[in-house]
Design a protein around this ligand. Structure first.
Ligand SMILES: Nc1ncnc2c1ncn2[C@@H]1O[C@H](COP(=O)(O)OP(=O)(O)OP(=O)(O)O)[C@@H](O)[C@H]1O
Length: 314
């Protein structure tokens, strides 16, 4: 369980995160969303004790990050940052990390297999592709077999196979009962990976809700109806109180507001009108996100991953 209470971060006159409170439950993947510059990375850094909040505090399983006697075993993290030590092999990189945290060599082998880096484990990590670098970052995060994972943009720059792999990995880690917080710009990807969402804009909480609720809230509503009897159907529906029907002049598709799809189906049946489509209009997560964050957009640069331990070492 991750808890943020009134987290605030000011950089001079700039407030990057403002009075942010939320909790992240174990057992599900929680997506952390926000436009560029919303404050996601700053928040994650505060959760991990890498930045001191100007106000408020954050705990992981009831304690602040720095208060955990063996943090790497408690929390695994991968943050947005520049590449890993270029000279070392992936294996030696993980081995060095493991050694400083009393983690056995056998666990290094386990995580290398888990992230699919076996073939290149002895190669210099500096020559890794972005995707391989991401896998290595995730291997580092998993090294201590932590109950909590905090990953900043883990699918950044990955190919479709890599994205699918991360999606399944995060879901299975959550299904094991871990707490998984993952930030992303890719709304469509979050819709497939996360069950719950925390959405921020300009450092403030916009939504803390399930994926289903989030899209529902931003849904434009209405029902799309296609019928070869669209003229008659529009007449029937138009007679209902509070119902509006708009017809696309080219396709004759009707957009019906003020009545649900079940009732439209019943009416069509009563009047013996054939329907070929009856679709409640739902917003995609992408549309919902754009709608809810449209007043909170700021552009900023994105960089590649670095692990928590490296952040501490820097
Ligand atoms: N060290 C810093 N000094 C000054 N301003 C900063 C610093 N770090 C972050 N900011 C500002 O705080 C705001 C939030 O930045 P942050 O990187 O946390 O956002 P983000 O949601 O992670 O963005 P992105 O999706 O682009 O990575 C931005 O306006 C950023 O410019």
């Amino acid at each position: 369980m991750i808890e943020a209470v009134g987290l605030t971060k000011r950089y001079g006159p700039k407030t990057a995160v403002q009075d942010l409170s939320f909790s992240v439950r174990p057992g599900i993947v929680t997506g952390f969303l926000g436009p560029n510059g919303a404050g996601k990375s700053t928040t994650m850094r505060m959760l991990l004790g890498l930045d001191n909040p100007s106000a408020g505090h954050a705990t992981i399983n009831g304690r602040r990050y720095a208060e955990h006697p063996a943090p790497l075993r408690e929390v695994g993290a991968m943050l947005e940052a520049r590449a890993i030590h270029t000279g070392r092999s992936a294996f030696n990189h993980l081995l060095a990390l493991a050694a400083t945290h009393g983690i056995p060599r056998s666990r290094v082998d386990e995580v290398i297999d888990l992230v699919g880096l076996r073939q290149v484990a002895k190669k210099r990590a500096g020559g890794f592709s972005l995707g391989m670098g991401q896998r290595l970052g995730i291997a580092s995060a998993l090294l201590g077999d932590p109950a909590t994972l905090i990953l900043d943009e883990p699918v950044n720059g990955l190919d479709p196979e890599g994205i699918l792999w991360i999606r399944n990995l995060l879901k299975s880690l959550a299904a094991e009962g871990r707490t998984v917080l993952v930030s992303s710009h890719l709304m469509s990807e979050m819709a497939l990976t996360a069950e719950h969402l925390i959405v921020i804009g300009r450092g403030q909480l916009i939504a803390d809700t399930s994926v289903a609720d989030f899209t529902e809230r931003a849904s434009r509503g209405g029902v799309l109806v296609r019928s070869r009897d669209s003229v008659r159907l529009a007449e029937v529906l138009g007679e209902l109180p509070g119902v509006s029907v708009t017809e696309d002049p080219e396709t004759q598709v009707l957009l019906v507001d003020g009545v649900d799809s079940e009732r439209i189906g019943e009416l069509a049946d009563q009047h013996r009108l054939v329907l070929s489509e009856l679709t409640p209009q739902k917003a995609s997560l992408e549309e919902a996100f754009m709608e809810m964050t449209k007043d909170a957009v700021e552009y900023d640069a994105v960089v590649a991953p670095r692990t928590l331990v490296e952040e501490h070492a820097a």
